[in-house]
Design a binder for this molecule. Structure first.
Ligand SMILES: [Mn+2]
Length: 305
């Protein structure tokens, strides 16, 4: 069990959907708030602050990208910089930042914000995709598929112009990617070469979620100050989480996702978390928004009994 009494949660929304090809995940924070995230975290015994939403700078939205392989890069880097500052401030105050996306590009801001305070963190990245392309390998130019690569220092550097030189990249050996089932060939090669640990859906079928999570937590805590969880809701099977921009069948069940979140909470090394890629337009009666709240509560230590 987490020591809930010693923890204060800052909810930080970020309404950015320009890293994806399909619009609408900018409404994710609203849908999650609508499902009562603030009240439910408070009921769990935490002190909770809603820090509002970061929005895309309108002056940058229509700015042509200097590189067609990095669509909307300036507006995304700008919003990620704001997120970096907010996450850093939250941790410096001794709070727990809970980031609500937005598309997955914004993870560069949250992860580097945590890294700037804790210096040496691990990451558990739960996702149907690898998010490990860069400008050279991307088939689409959508930067939400490049954020994990950027924070390991393998590009694109343009996503993280705000990273101070003295803050190190995240060591791929401390990264566990879970739930993967859609990955580009070049992306696969790059992930294998860098030393990140990838647990595909086939691995979960074979070993079970419990053993996979044990391994993932070992990886993320090995020699680190703790870890960040980046939950892309498309990791979950689309019949249970239909409200995502890039659904892929054959994903995690609701119970597997909860098991992951509960094991993370029990381990007590979680420094920060984010939930991304919720698209309310594609959702069914906010089912995925409700699910996001339930998973956030499990991450924060809610148990059934
Ligand atoms: Mn993702």
């Amino acid at each position: 069990m987490n020591d809930v009494n010693s923890r204060i949660v800052d909810i930080i929304g970020i309404q950015v959907d320009l890293g994806a090809s399909r619009r609408g995940v900018d409404m994710g924070p609203s849908a999650i708030r609508y499902s009562g995230i603030f009240e439910k975290i408070s009921e769990l015994g935490y002190e909770c602050y809603d820090k509002g939403d970061i929005t895309a700078n309108p002056l940058l939205i229509d700015k042509p990208s200097p590189n067609p392989k990095l669509k909307n890069i300036d507006v995304i880097a700008n919003a990620s910089n704001e997120l970096y500052i907010k996450v850093q401030a939250s941790l410096q105050n001794g709070h727990f930042p809970l980031v609500l996306g937005g598309d997955h590009s914004i993870a560069v801001g949250s992860v580097l914000g945590v890294q700037s305070v804790h210096e040496n963190i691990g990451i558990i990245w739960i996702d149907a995709h690898g998010d490990f392309n860069n400008a050279e390998t991307t088939p689409s130019g959508n930067v939400h598929g490049m954020s994990l690569s950027a924070i390991t220092g393998l590009g694109p550097e343009e996503m993280i112009p705000f990273k101070p030189a003295n803050i190190s990249y995240v060591n791929p050996n401390n990264i566990a990617l879970i739930g993967v089932r859609s990955i580009d060939d070049e992306e696969k090669k790059r992930l294998k070469e860098c030393g990140a640990h990838v647990f595909t859906m086939a691995d979960i079928d074979k070993y079970g979620m419990k053993d996979i999570m044990k391994m993932a937590i070992d990886i993320a805590t090995n020699g680190t100050k703790g870890f960040h969880v980046s939950l892309d809701l498309d990791a979950i099977n689309p019949n249970e989480a239909p409200g995502v921009g890039t659904p892929v069948y054959g994903g995690l069940t609701l119970r597997e996702a909860h098991l992951a979140a509960e094991m993370i909470a029990e381990n007590n090394n979680l420094l920060s978390a984010e939930i991304v890629e919720l698209n309310p337009i594609l959702d069914i009666k906010n089912q995925t928004g409700e699910l996001a709240v339930q998973l956030a509560l499990s991450l924060l230590g809610k148990t059934i009994y």
